[in-house]
Design a protein around this ligand. Structure first.
Ligand SMILES: Cc1ncc(COP(=O)(O)O)c(C=O)c1O
Length: 382
């Protein structure tokens, strides 16, 4: 690998995460798996996580034979309800995973202190939170380790990709050893990625957004094109054979190109989030409260609606780039989640949010167009 590109990429990341040790992967989830393994998670152990996440998170726990213990979220922060945390800790608890859902910070102070009292490791799932801060310190700094995603929709993208960071030297040493088993991406996968970069850069706009999103989903479910998740990861809790895969120079170069815009990008996300909150306050609708704004990077702006399918259809017709994370407490799997140990009815807030949420774009091509769309559909907003 051309270490020059990787070094330059690393420098940018170190600057924004205050982390000493960074390890790169084909996808962020592989970093989570490596961390859990380095923390000694094994069969019979328990790992606590929010009951509102992406299915690849419990997958990484289950691949090690451990048990995911879900904690319901707060409906106003979309993150773990820390009041439920203490009760969930047992003598088998090894790790607490907390999350920056949509770039909204979680209550890291409280989680960190509960973990310390109980001698438990913490991992911050920063897949949505690059560039955000909590109490003035960058996301990733509070916990023993964190992992990030640089997948398509993230603040800067390598197409797919991710990395982990830790300031714990012992963990870093163990991860270095584990990483000797990483396999390399195939040249077919890398060509796939290059084609997708081209499509994103030159063909994606507000008119092509929805057709391309549908086409990409169809391709990644029906063909071997490089997708966010494989069918195995969505249908089973068994590790795909080529899961433990490393990063590539192709991804590093794309990341370097995109990270240049990060400061401007983060600023405009916050400004647009302010506009959404002001608009929603004016119309007395659900919103992210201003008191938390300092801590958030706003990858997306969550909004709760009635009749979500209708709302999404209307958005598509108006060429509004709405997102749909998380349609399920273990996105994107809908229906029976018992394969992942998630029992229906046990996490009411997560289930409620998952059935009503849509995500407003925080870097839309035209924010006024989104606001006009919201105004003409106020009756569908909760
Ligand atoms: C909360 C959460 N955690 C983990 C991941 C996994 O990231 P990656 O796709 O880079 O493996 C995602 C995916 O977007 C996510 O939403």
């Amino acid at each position: 690998m051309n270490t020059n590109s990787i070094d330059k990429f690393s420098k940018e990341i170190i600057k924004r995460t205050s982390s000493e040790n960074i390890f790169y992967y084909w996808k962020g989830r592989v970093g989570l798996y490596a961390l859990l393994k380095a923390m000694g998670v094994k069969a019979g152990d328990e790992v606590i996580l929010p009951a509102y996440t992406c299915v690849v998170v419990p997958n990484a726990i289950l691949y090690l034979g451990a048990k995911p213990i879900y904690i319901d979220v707060n409906s106003d922060t979309y993150n773990m309800n820390t009041a439920l945390l203490k009760k969930a800790i047992t003598d088998r608890t090894k790790v607490i995973i907390c999350q920056n859902t949509y770039g909204l910070s979680t209550d890291l102070e409280e989680i960190h202190s509960i973990a310390q009292e109980n001698g438990i490791y913490t991992i911050e799932d920063c897949t949505h939170g690059f560039g955000g801060t909590y109490n003035g310190v960058p996301h990733a700094f509070y916990c023993d380790a964190s992992f990030f995603s640089t997948q398509w929709n993230k603040p800067f993208s390598t197409g797919i990709g991710g990395f982990l960071t830790t300031n714990n030297k012992e963990l870093a040493q163990k991860i270095s050893t584990l990483n000797t088993a990483l396999i390399e991406p195939t040249s077919k996968e890398l060509w796939n990625l290059r084609v997708l970069y081209f499509v994103k850069r030159y063909l994606l706009n507000e008119y092509t957004y929805w057709p391309l999103v549908h086409f990409y989903r169809w391709l990644s479910h029906n063909t071997p094109v490089v997708g966010s998740s494989s069918i195995d990861e969505i249908n089973t809790a068994m590790m795909p054979p080529d899961y433990f895969k490393g990063f590539s120079l192709v991804q590093a170069k794309e990341g370097l190109r995109n990270i240049k815009e990060i400061d401007k990008d983060l600023l405009s996300r916050k400004e647009n989030a302010h506009l959404y909150t002001n608009f929603l306050i004016k119309h007395n609708k659900n919103r992210v409260e201003k008191k938390w704004f300092n801590n958030h990077s706003f990858l997306k702006y969550p909004l709760l609606v009635k009749e979500r399918e209708k709302f999404m259809e209307l958005a598509e017709k108006s060429h509004i780039e709405l997102g749909e994370w998380f349609l399920s407490p273990l996105h994107p799997v809908t229906g029976d989640l018992s394969t992942w140990g998630f029992i229906k009815g046990e996490h009411p807030n997560s289930e409620y949010l998952a059935s009503h949420v849509v995500n407003l774009p925080t870097t839309p091509s035209n924010i006024n167009k989104v606001l006009v769309f919201l105004k003409s559909n106020l009756d569908l907003i909760l």
